[in-house]
Design a protein around this ligand. Structure first.
Ligand SMILES: NC(=O)c1ccc[n+]([C@@H]2O[C@H](COP(=O)([O-])OP(=O)(O)OC[C@H]3O[C@@H](n4cnc5c(N)ncnc54)[C@H](O)[C@@H]3O)[C@@H](O)[C@H]2O)c1
Length: 372
């Protein structure tokens, strides 16, 4: 199986994303060429990464002075307190800027490890090894790093690009179904907002992604990374175009907040529910056709994902979500700033579809209507 390489051209430096089975084999040579002065490597390691993968990784790096920093990834431990612990440990061990931090884990680990790297002595070498599907198709791309605060998610952070991203798909075998769905939700979102052909490819091939057929999985990860990069490249600091990546997330965040970020709803399920609600809103506001909505409905049905909307909008009236929609970070006035859908592969521009709470209340019963 051929390894895919995507080159991300950006500032302050360009970097590659390697995708495929056993891409980890390439790591030692890459470190040698990208970080030639590195002597010490700190592995910030998600404790749920399978033992086999950890052992393989440690063997690959046996020429370096290795420090393992085990990490129990949760939204609670994604905190400034954890960051401080890691930074103090690296200072104590006298890491310098020529040394290297490797983040190995899902999106939480990547966000924390990347943030530590960005502030440690004002920036130390960083390589990201994402081990969840969501991290491989989304979180590892774009250079956003950070942690949560008591006031909300991802409120403390930085933009910091890694030297390399290594997405080894062999590590995904141990991923839970629900975590796999989280990654798939973002793949589907990328297709819906940007690429009609990819969407129709997904219509045919999503079953192969869920059964982890290597060629299909690699292709979906690569396409997803390219679409995310397309938006990131246009808007590295998230002022405008990058907001299109938030399709489905306005409602998703409100659902997550309303459920107090509990295990009752995963982020992926919230995104799947949110995309459906925002596609429906796009139809109700006359922006997109029923056919487009039906195409999306069908892909949910064919992959047993329709339960999301049924489950999470059953007891939830949209009205209950409204207060949380008001706090969405895309809003810059009292209206809700949605990115809506015009057709598959085409969205409205950010800041062009603001809806007042009054209008949203009018739509709210229709949005959860079973016969929509
Ligand atoms: N920086 C960005 O641009 C960006 C984008 C999207 C999401 N995020 C962030 O990513 C986080 C979500 O990422 P996530 O869904 O990967 O969550 P996560 O990091 O919590 O990982 C999900 C679960 O999978 C476990 N895990 C990791 N690798 C595994 C493996 N190979 N096998 C079995 N279990 C494994 C983790 O321990 C965790 O329990 C959120 O905090 C979100 O804010 C960041």
């Amino acid at each position: 199986m051929k390894i895919q390489e995507i080159k991300f051209k950006g500032s302050p430096h360009s970097y590659s994303v390697l995708i495929g089975n056993k891409t980890l084999n390439l790591l030692p040579n890459k470190i040698k060429s990208l970080c030639p002065k590195t002597k010490k490597i700190a592995l910030i390691l998600d404790r749920n990464v399978p033992k086999k993968f950890k052992k393989f990784l440690k063997n690959k790096l046996n020429k370096y002075e290795l420090v393992i920093l085990n990490f129990h990834a949760s939204e609670k431990s994604k905190s400034i307190k954890t960051v401080n612990l890691f930074v103090e440990k690296l200072l104590q061990l006298n890491f310098n800027r020529a040394d290297l931090i490797l983040g190995v884990g899902g999106g939480i680990t990547g966000d924390v490890a990347g943030f530590v790297a960005s502030i440690y002595k004002r920036g130390i070498n960083y390589i990201n090894i994402p081990t969840t599907l969501l991290a491989q198709v989304d979180a590892s791309i774009g250079g956003k790093t950070g942690v949560n605060s008591n006031y909300g998610k991802n409120l403390i952070g930085s933009f910091y690009q890694p030297k390399l991203v290594v997405s080894d798909t062999s590590v995904l075998d141990s991923l839970s179904k629900i975590d796999f769905i989280c990654g798939y939700a973002e793949i589907l979102k990328h297709a819906i907002i940007k690429d009609k052909n990819f969407f129709y490819w997904l219509k045919k091939n999503s079953k192969n992604i869920f059964s982890k057929k290597p060629d299909h999985l690699n292709y979906a990860i690569k396409k997803s990374c390219l679409i995310k990069m397309f938006f990131v490249n246009q808007d590295v600091n998230e002022r405008n175009q990058r907001m299109i990546l938030n399709f489905g997330h306005t409602f998703a965040h409100a659902l997550e907040i309303n459920n107090k970020f509990s295990k009752k709803i995963s982020h992926g399920e919230a995104v799947l529910t949110g995309m459906m609600l925002e596609a429906r809103l796009s139809v109700l506001t006359g922006l997109c056709s029923y056919k487009t909505l039906n195409d999306i409905v069908n892909i949910y049905k064919e992959n047993s994902l329709s339960y999301t909307l049924k489950k999470f909008s059953k007891s939830e009236s949209i009205k209950k979500l409204l207060p949380f929609l008001k706090n969405d970070k895309k809003n810059d006035d009292k209206k809700i700033n949605f990115v809506l859908l015009k057709a598959i592969g085409k969205t409205t521009q950010p800041n062009k579809n603001k809806i007042t709470l009054k209008d949203l209340k009018k739509f709210s019963n229709l949005l959860i209507n079973r016969n929509f």
